[in-house]
Design a protein around this ligand. Structure first.
Ligand code: 3HC
Length: 288
């Protein structure tokens, strides 16, 4: 089995950028792909900015920052991932879009042993694997936001994933990226989101019912439970559209009301209030 040296990342949003950054900092060659060259370039600009911040706070040397940046190329052409040893899909949390991507990746990635991984937080890996002719090489590799900071990666083998693929990606995430790995069964939400998302949705329901203000709900959990961030700021960080999409997927899988996105969350998403990335969610992120 060849060593993983060239990683393709599909999707230049906040997760794709973070995954690109940690792979490039580990000395890997990364090809970052999005549907337009502009989006891919914006992704690279975000990574460059984050690397610069890391250098300024002394977390990375100037030459290592330059090396990491030089190891990243961007494209809007999926076929540029043909020689990747590992592709990590971090596109929009939409089953149809992801399934189509896996169908295409299976065609363009030439090494039959190359691993096709998804950063999905809630879509069954088995469904993505079924879109390919190499289900044994398809696996879930779920990172956490902000990717350069959070130490965890969930590894999700489907019923078809080979043990060799599972061990290969565990070694990749653990030894090359320096992350902690846990293995979860192929169930919507895996470990972390199954526990986290109902908690975030409960906080949204508290805002709706007027139990307390958003500020006080968050302070309750930071000052009362030593969480680094309250649930509403965390929902804003993840993206309210993403939180709603994960809630929908969990609800579809388990039919438990606690997973159903509450009306306030749906209305905020429909109104373009997506949290930090749109400048406004439960809190404002616009410069005063
Ligand atoms: N990118 C890179 N580095 C970042 C960053 C970012 N977006 N945000 C913060 N950091 C770095 C800072 O530079 C700093 O690094 P340093 O210690 O080397 O100087 C360090 O993280 C701490 O940052 P700050 O001092 O600015 O701020 P905080 O101490 O408040 O930490 C936080 C910020 C790390 C985001 C912290 O609040 C936290 O851990 N929050 C919880 C995050 C969390 O729970 N994430 C999981 C979300 S669930 C998920 O992603 C799954 C998905 O499927 C939904």
């Amino acid at each position: 089995m060849t060593a993983i040296k060239h990683v393709g990342v599909v999707g230049a949003g906040q997760m794709g950028r973070g995954i690109t950054e940690v792979c490039a900092r580990a000395g890997l060659h990364v090809t970052l792909c999005d549907v337009t060259e502009d989006r891919a370039r914006a992704g690279l600009a975000g990574v460059a900015d984050s690397l610069l911040k890391a250098e300024k706070r002394g977390a990375i040397a100037a030459e290592d920052r330059a090396l990491a940046l030089a190891g990243i190329s961007v494209t809007d052409d999926l076929s540029r991932l043909s020689r990747a040893d590992l592709v990590i899909e971090a596109a929009v949390e939409d089953e149809q879009a992801k399934t189509e991507l896996f169908r295409q990746l299976d065609k363009v990635v030439t090494d039959p042993a190359a691993v096709l991984a998804s950063n999905t937080s809630s879509i069954p890996i088995a469904r993505l694997a079924a879109a390919t002719g190499r289900p044994e090489a398809v696996v879930g590799l779920h990172f956490f936001n902000p990717v350069p900071v959070m130490p965890l990666v969930e590894v999700i083998p489907s019923l078809h994933t080979s043990k060799a693929t599972e061990l290969r990606v565990r070694a990749f995430a653990g030894e090359i990226l320096g992350k902690k790995t846990v293995v979860a069964q192929d169930r919507a939400g895996f470990v972390v989101n199954s526990l986290l998302v109902p908690y975030l949705l409960a906080a949204v329901r508290m805002v709706s019912s007027g139990t307390a203000t958003a500020e006080d709900i968050d302070t309750g959990m930071t000052a009362g439970c030593a969480h680094p961030m309250g649930p509403l700021r965390l929902a804003d960080l993840i993206g309210l559209d993403t939180v709603a999409a994960i809630g929908e997927a969990l609800y579809e899988e388990y039919r438990e009301p606690l997973y159903a996105p509450p009306p306030l969350l749906r209305r905020m998403v429909e109104s373009g209030l997506l949290g930090r990335k749109s400048g406004q969610g439960f809190f404002s992120y616009r410069a005063a």
